[in-house]
Write a protein that binds this ligand. Structure first.
Ligand code: SAM
Length: 256
C-alpha cells in the first residue's frame, strides 16, 4: 500500500459518503469516525450533489455553455457534463482537482471527447490555473463561464487567501458569468462534536467551516440569484426526492 493510500483523503472520504467504491481502508475508517459524530453526513453529501445538479441545470438554462468545476472530486452519478449536456449538448466542461488520485480516476472514467477535460490544478493558484493551455483551449474567457466551487472552499484556510483566489477567478470572467458555491458551516452546531470532526479531517486536510457572513463575502461582485445564500437543500428544490439535510450554505451569483 502506498503512503497516499495509508492517509485518509477528503476526495475519497466524500466518495465513501456518497456510496462510491473509489476509496481505501484509511478513507473508510476516517469517514466512519465522522459518521459516528455526524450520522447524517452521507445524506448531507447527497444533498450537496443534488444542489450541484440544480445549479448546473439552472446555469445551462440561462444559456451558459462553459463550466469550470474546481475541486470536482471523483466522478460520481450526475456529473456536471452529464447534467449540462442534457440541455446544451455543445457545452464544454473543465474538471479541476488538486488531488492526483481524483484526477487519475476522473481521467479514466470521464469521456475524452475534447469538450470534457480533466486538469490537475489548485484553487489556491488561480493564475496558474487560468493560464493552463488545456483550459484556454477548452474555455473561451470572452464568453460567460459558470465557475463551480462546491464543497471545496472549506478546505482552503484564510492563510491561503481564498477570497483573493475567488476574486481573481471572478475578474477573469466576463459579465453574465456565474459563480456557484457551497460551503460547510457550523452555524448553530455545538462546539465539542465539531471540534472532534475538524480534528479527524486535519489528518488529511485543514477544514475551515465558515459562518454565513464569511461565505457571503465570496460572492462579492456577483448579483445573488434568488433565494440567496441559504442551506443547500433549500435552494430551489425541484421535486427530486431528497432529505432536507444540509451541512452547508449554497448560493449562486451572476457577474455584473
Ligand atoms: C468534498 S469534495 C467536493 C466534490 C464536488 N465539488 C462536490 O461538491 O460534489 C472536495 C474536493 O475538493 C478538492 N480540493 C480541496 N482543496 C483543493 C484545492 N486547493 N484545489 C483544488 N481542489 C481542491 C479535494 O481534493 C476534493 O476532491
Amino acid at each position: 500500500m502506498t503512503e497516499a493510500e495509508n492517509r485518509p483523503n477528503v476526495a475519497r472520504m466524500y466518495d465513501y459518503y456518497l456510496g462510491g467504491c473509489h476509496n481505501f481502508a484509511a478513507d473508510r475508517a476516517a469517514a466512519e469516525e465522522i459518521l459516528k459524530i455526524f450520522p447524517d453526513t452521507g445524506v448531507a453529501a447527497q444533498s450537496n450533489r443534488a444542489f450541484l445538479r440544480r445549479v448546473v441545470r439552472w446555469a445551462a438554462e440561462q444559456g451558459v455553455r462553459q463550466f469550470l468545476d474546481i475541486g470536482a472530486g471523483l466522478p460520481t452519478q450526475g456529473n456536471v457534463h452529464e447534467v449540462v449536456r442534457a440541455i446544451r449538448p455543445d457545452a464544454r466542461v473543465v474538471y479541476v482537482d488538486h488531488d492526483e488520485v481524483a484526477v487519475a480516476y476522473a481521467r479514466r472514467l470521464l469521456p475524452t471527447d475534447g469538450r470534457t477535460v480533466v486538469l490537475q490544478g489548485d484553487l489556491r493558484r488561480p493564475g496558474e490555473l487560468l493560464a493552463d493551455p488545456t483550459l484556454r483551449a477548452t474555455i473561451d474567457l470572452s464568453e460567460p463561464v459558470a465557475v463551480l466551487l462546491l464543497a471545496v472552499l472549506h478546505f482552503v484556510p484564510d492563510a491561503d487567501d481564498p477570497y483573493a483566489a475567488v476574486a481573481k477567478l471572478r475578474d477573469a470572467t466576463v459579465p453574465g458569468s456565474v459563480l456557484a458555491l457551497s460551503h460547510l458551516t457550523l452555524d448553530g452546531l455545538p462546539t465539542l462534536p465539531t471540534e472532534q470532526g475538524t480534528a479527524i479531517y486535519r489528518r488529511s486536510s485543514p477544514l475551515v467551516p465558515r459562518s454565513r457572513d464569511e461565505v457571503a463575502r465570496f460572492l462579492d461582485g456577483y448579483e445573488l440569484v434568488e433565494p440567496g445564500l441559504i442551506k443547500v437543500a433549500a435552494w430551489r428544490p425541484d421535486g427530486e426526492p431528497q432529505a432536507a439535510v444540509s451541512h452547508g450554505y449554497g448560493g449562486v451569483g451572476v457577474r455584473r
